[in-house]
Design a binder for this molecule. Structure first.
Ligand code: 48F
Length: 268
């Protein structure tokens, strides 16, 4: 880089550009139609589908990298397995796949990256390093997510911020973080002392279960992906991801129907 090109901008221009850009993105995300917690495969597909349908969507992810359990495949071998019912989603996302008998494989990194890009290009806001720690409730309905910067609230007495939304999706995977927020306060149906948790592995049943058991656990709070198994009890299934993709698609369709009539929140 020569002297004249270095003179085109200052270090503070870089900082201002980031601050302004992030502030616009963050500001728009504070009120949405759907707030999704967890950027794993189910959360990202839900974000993509809902944003594609014209809803304002924010995804909060506590880690630096979105993609959840996709990246590592199985044992860190970064290939994932998908069954034929979910190939349409891979094709639409431009993810290449290879037949292995009755199932198919795809590159884990290609899948994680493609889902992020699809969600972003459809218009969803994706905020990483944001950890959801609670839910906002008004008149027995979930109305938003209470979130903090990852590691901030845990280590310092620093208050969180609220992301208001008309619907919230718990896509936090095995942790089912938001379902636990309601369960520990006795707000779930039948007030269980603890959530049933995942059952032992049964991949074929588990895949079917996560697609078909998408539900509104409490008014305004939906569960998708592994958080369904953790919150209502269902088998785990290991590194096969078709059920997660289909579960994300299904929760988006059901929320779309339930929000229909009131129309998407106008973009600002
Ligand atoms: O675990 P994860 O990938 O959930 P999923 O979409 O998919 C499950 C599969 O990856 C795999 C499997 C396949 O058969 O069993 O496990 O159901 O993604 C969950 C995401 O939620 C984030 C977490 O970092 C991960 O990226 N997450 C968890 N808790 C929080 C959170 C939280 N409190 N706030 C924000 N993000």
């Amino acid at each position: 880089m020569n002297d004249s090109s270095m003179g085109e901008f200052k270090e503070t221009d870089i900082s201002h550009a980031i601050l302004e850009s992030y502030s616009e993105k963050f500001g728009r995300a504070l009120e949405s139609d759907v707030a999704i917690v967890g950027a794993g495969p189910s959360g990202l597909v839900a974000a993509w589908r809902l944003a594609q349908a014209g809803f304002r969507v924010v995804v909060l992810e506590k880690r630096l990298s979105p993609g959840g359990g996709v990246w590592g495949g199985s044992l860190g071998m970064n290939e994932v397995v998908v069954q034929k019912q979910a190939l349409g989603i891979l094709d639409e996302a431009g993810v290449r796949h290879h037949s292995r008998g009755r199932i198919f494989t795809a590159d884990a990194m290609e899948l994680a990256s493609a889902l992020c890009l699809k969600a972003l290009h459809a218009g969803a806001a994706l905020l990483n390093l944001m950890v959801a720690e609670d839910l906002c409730l008004h008149e027995s309905r979930v109305t938003g997510v209470v979130a903090n910067r990852t590691m901030l609230g845990e280590n310092f007495p620093i208050d969180p911020i609220v992301f208001s939304s008309r619907a919230v999706i718990d896509a936090t995977g095995h942790e089912a973080v938001l379902a636990h927020c309601l369960q520990r306060r006795g707000l779930l149906e039948n007030s269980p002392e603890r959530l049933p948790g995942e059952g032992p592995m049964d991949a074929p049943s588990g895949e079917h279960f996560v697609e078909n058991s998408v539900t509104e656990l409490y008014p305004g709070l939906w569960v998708t992906g592994m958080s369904i198994c953790a919150s209502v009890g269902g088998p785990r299934m290991g590194p096969i991801f078709g059920g997660m993709l289909l579960s994300g698609s299904r929760v988006a369709a059901l929320i779309g129907q339930s929000l229909k009539g009131t129309g998407p929140m106008p973009s600002t």
